[in-house]
Design a protein around this ligand. Structure first.
Ligand SMILES: [Ca+2]
Ligand SMILES: [Ca+2]
Length: 289
């Protein structure tokens, strides 16, 4: 009797060890994450993970109607491209992966619940507090802002959908308001805008920075003064005011090879540049008057 019980214990131990080493087949949706918010017309990648490798002959994703069904044969980790139907109603929808193994057995993942929100209407106008930017030296930088409402309570400055471009200015007068660009605007090198939305003056001249967000746009005229070397405030002379601008920038990385503060173009703004500036001063001892 005791022996039998021991034998039973022995068998159960063997089974446990065996189960620990056998890989349990799994299938799951790794993307989108539960709770992801989607809008009609949006394209989203559905990623499925399964194991062990080669266990399944078919992996499908069943989307709650009307999201649709997607199938992949013989892939362990298929990706599917889902376009959210434009006619879908707002609400929550489930996505479930279904895997069929070599013996025809079906395995289902935990459903991923996504939320569909009705698409906000495209804005008709884009706004910026910046009516005009007057760069006083080449290399000067200026962060750009945009919002879809006149008060900046709906800031879209960090949106990946916001795009800044620099075009030649149709206005010839510095500070002139620009109402519209030509149908085919000409790109300009007067300034560049970094992917983070910072405008950098690159050469003297007039230009227009255009911000575009979901079809709405805003125009910001800019000027970069044709200044003499060392004239960093653009007032036509080189004096202690300009020296102050370099002193304020010591240790700052130049915004580019064109940066007017890096007077010896060595990629640094330091004491050497301040010393060069003092040799460029219009008056004795860099006097302002
Ligand atoms: Ca000056
Ligand atoms: Ca330098």
């Amino acid at each position: 009797m005791i022996k039998l019980r021991l034998n039973l214990v022995g068998i159960s131990l063997v089974l446990c060890v065996g189960a620990a080493f056998a890989q349990i087949p799994t299938v799951s949706i790794s993307s989108p994450l539960p709770g992801t918010v989607l809008t009609p017309g949006q394209i989203v990648t559905i990623s499925v993970q399964s194991s062990p490798q080669g266990a399944f002959q078919l992996i499908s994703v069943v989307g709650q109607s009307p999201l649709g069904i997607f199938n992949a044969n013989g892939q362990d980790s298929p990706n599917f491209s889902l376009t959210v139907p434009r006619t879908i109603s707002a609400g929550t929808y489930g996505l479930t992966a279904v895997a069929v193994d070599r013996d025809g057995n079906r395995l289902m993942s935990r459903p991923v619940i996504v939320r569909i929100e009705s698409a906000s209407p495209a804005p008709t106008m884009l706004f910026s507090d910046l009516k005009y930017i007057d760069f006083t030296y080449v290399g000067q930088t200026f962060p750009l802002f945009a919002s879809v409402r006149e008060s900046d309570d709906f800031d879209v400055s960090k949106s990946p959908e916001l795009r800044w471009e620099v075009f030649a200015s149709p206005a010839t007068v510095r500070g002139a308001r620009v109402e519209a660009l030509p149908p085919v605007p000409i790109p300009s090198n007067v300034a560049v805008v970094t992917p983070g939305g910072v405008a950098i003056a690159r050469q003297s001249g007039l230009a227009v920075i255009r911000g575009t967000y979901r079809g709405a746009s805003v125009l910001i005229p800019i000027s970069v003064v044709a200044s003499r070397r060392g004239d960093l405030d653009g007032d036509g002379d080189v004096d202690s005011d300009d020296l102050g601008k370099i002193l304020d920038s010591v240790g700052v990385t130049p915004s580019g090879t064109w940066d007017a503060r890096d007077l010896n173009a060595d990629g640094k703004i330091n004491a050497l540049d301040t010393r060069i500036l003092t040799t460029l001063c219009s008056r004795l001892r860099c006097a302002t008057f």
